[in-house]
Write a protein that binds this ligand. Sequence first.
Ligand code: SAM
Length: 345
Amino acid sequence: MFLPDHPENFNDVSRAMAVLQSVTSYRISQSIHVVAKLGIADLLKDGAKSSEELAKITDSHAPSLYRVLRALASIGIFAEDLNGRFELTPLGSCLQTDISNSMRASAIIRSEDVYRKPWGHLLHTVKTGETAFRHVYNMGLFDYLAQNPQTAELFDGAMTNYSATIQDAVLAAYDFSSIQKLVDIGGGQGSLIAAILTKYPTMQGILFDQAPVLERAKPLLEAFGVANRCQLIAGDFFSSVPNGADAYIMKNIIHDWDDKQAITILNNCYQAMPKNAKLLLVEAVIFPGNESSVAKLLDLEMLVLTGGQERTEAQHQALFQASGLQLTKIISTNSWQSVIEGVRP
Ligand SMILES: C[S@@+](CC[C@H](N)C(=O)[O-])C[C@H]1O[C@@H](n2cnc3c(N)ncnc32)[C@H](O)[C@@H]1O
């Protein structure tokens, strides 16, 4: 956060500068987008390179690339040495491709048209309540992704990046040991179910998502060595979900949808669940108060892109109740997401 924690302690100029830093943060996101897209962090993983060398490999304009790298070095993304060569820093390392804490796909997609154009229409959403994405593209985000496979691949990669940052916290906070068969509804590329199946070697899994997404999930499940215990089932969670498992998990699904749609998905789970089966949501819970909150900012992505929302405990409770489910507990994790556990009574 750029804004000072206690703005009342700052003078007029420092307050104005703090606001200006937030207002101009696009300079940073656009610059990170460029270096992520050019794969600069991957090119630096074996050692420092000059902007001329990097420009030659990436077919770029060296003086312009230098200015972008210099600016990013000023905020710790890279470091420039005395010979004008750039090297990776711990922050810049996160822009590499094949590492567990990679944010490269996230950095790229955030400044692509699929995100950037709708964000330019936030005012329209605030004036009318219409989701900016629908206003711009005349369809929902997931229909757009189905029609744009390259963007969809990037989106899945960004979700996988995101998941990697919280799934250890989920595994540490929640005991899955009583579960024999777990269905991950809208599980994307399967990184969460793969991590759970790895920790629980006798558990069987089902990864449920749209067919093209499942195609992209196969390599990840194979890489984790769990493909033989994880069935892939394609379908539409607005119609039905696989029957008869003793637990169902949905990570960052319900927040994509408005209350009516969320209740339809939850009720389809209810219909498929045997008595006493568990439903687990991995979602943010919005708490009252003005503390800085990842969830309150992510909520704006839902406002702009999907038409969903991040929810308070009472709002989650109301969704469960309207779907026939009983919310049993909310377990906070060592991340900004919680595990919300429910049961089919
Ligand atoms: C925000 S992503 C979450 C992916 C994954 N759970 C994660 O946290 O990384 C939403 C997922 O829902 C899937 N999805 C969207 N609409 C769907 C539908 N109607 N039926 C099944 N899956 C759907 C998308 O393909 C995508 O994988």
